[in-house]
Design a protein around this ligand. Structure first.
Ligand SMILES: NC(=O)c1ccc[n+]([C@@H]2O[C@H](COP(=O)([O-])OP(=O)(O)OC[C@H]3O[C@@H](n4cnc5c(N)ncnc54)[C@H](O)[C@@H]3O)[C@@H](O)[C@H]2O)c1
Length: 259
């Protein structure tokens, strides 16, 4: 691919939760498509590893260890991007966690942490990025919701609530920011082979093969997704070809919620 037809040539993209899974795949895809990528994760080692992979493949990236649920971390992260690269074109609010349990069994700490990491983080990070995008004349924000935001899962009460709220927040932000040419969309992934899913599987099933069989049974398309497939959806929503797309929740789930 020549530099001229890369989708994000000379753009600056922030990806949170980029040390693993969907975020790592998105960061690497953005970089292949010409973006300078700010790799944000609370895990410094994995953030550094993704950054190294990008740089070794000829891309441009910086890694930062930060907690997306902390206001000071997000303010500092955005200031660092501006000091380094002077602009922000794309923000992928992707970091997320889950907790197994219903209202009766989840602790207050588990509830608060899931809501803070999955939902409040989008408020905190976008708060500092939006003024930058507005000054530049526009930008694209892509949030990671989940099919569980549309079809909640039993025993994932905090997770389902957080992802439903991510979809609503995405739509509210899209409406409020359209006049500033800032588009805001979200993806709703179905089951995707990442550490998050493997962690849940390890707690509920004897091994990952058994878990996978159960996951695949719910998938009309007959398999679970790879993180790269989510990255492609994020790249579409963040790119210029989606210039008329805002406030959408793009479901990428192999048909699961229809079944
Ligand atoms: N994997 C799936 O099946 C699936 C389905 C629907 C939605 N999602 C969503 O996709 C997103 C990415 O998840 P994934 O599946 O790639 O999981 P993952 O565990 O592979 O990656 C999540 C990353 O986020 C980071 N992170 C967690 N808390 C953080 C914090 N407070 N601050 C900064 N970084 C933090 C983790 O260190 C990790 O690197 C999440 O929002 C998740 O809810 C995943």
């Amino acid at each position: 691919m020549t530099a001229s037809n890369r989708r994000f040539e000379d753009r600056v993209a922030i990806v949170t939760g980029a040390g693993s899974g969907i975020g790592a795949s998105t960061a690497m895809l953005f970089a292949r498509e010409g973006a300078k990528v700010w790799v944000v994760d609370r895990n410094r080692e994995t953030a550094d590893a993704v950054c190294r992979l990008i740089v070794q493949s000829g891309g441009t990236a910086k890694a930062i260890a930060a907690d997306v649920a902390r206001l000071d971390d997000m303010r500092g992260m955005v200031e660092a991007v501006i000091a380094e690269w002077g602009r922000i074109d794309v923000l992928h609010n992707n970091a997320g966690i889950t907790a197994i349990g219903g209202v009766e069994t989840l602790s207050e700490e588990e509830w608060d942490r899931v809501i803070d990491v999955n939902l409040k983080s989008i408020f905190l990070c976008s708060k500092f990025v939006i003024p930058v995008m507005r000054r530049q004349g526009g930008g694209a924000i892509v949030n990671t919701a989940s099919v569980n935001g549309m079809r909640p899962a039993a025993n994932r009460d905090a997770y389902s609530a957080s992802k439903g709220a991510v979809i609503s927040l995405t739509k509210a932000m899209a409406l409020g920011l359209a006049k500033d040419r800032i588009r805001v969309n979200c993806i709703c992934p179905g089951t995707t082979d990442t550490q998050l899913v493997r962690g849940v599987a390890a707690r509920l099933f004897p091994d990952f093969d058994t878990a996978k069989r159960v996951f695949v049974e719910k998938e009309p398309i007959g398999r679970i997704a790879e993180p790269e497939e989510m990255a492609e959806a994020v790249a579409y929503l963040a790119s210029d070809v989606a210039g008329f797309v805002t406030g959408t929740a793009l479901v990428i789930d192999g048909g699961m919620i229809l079944a």
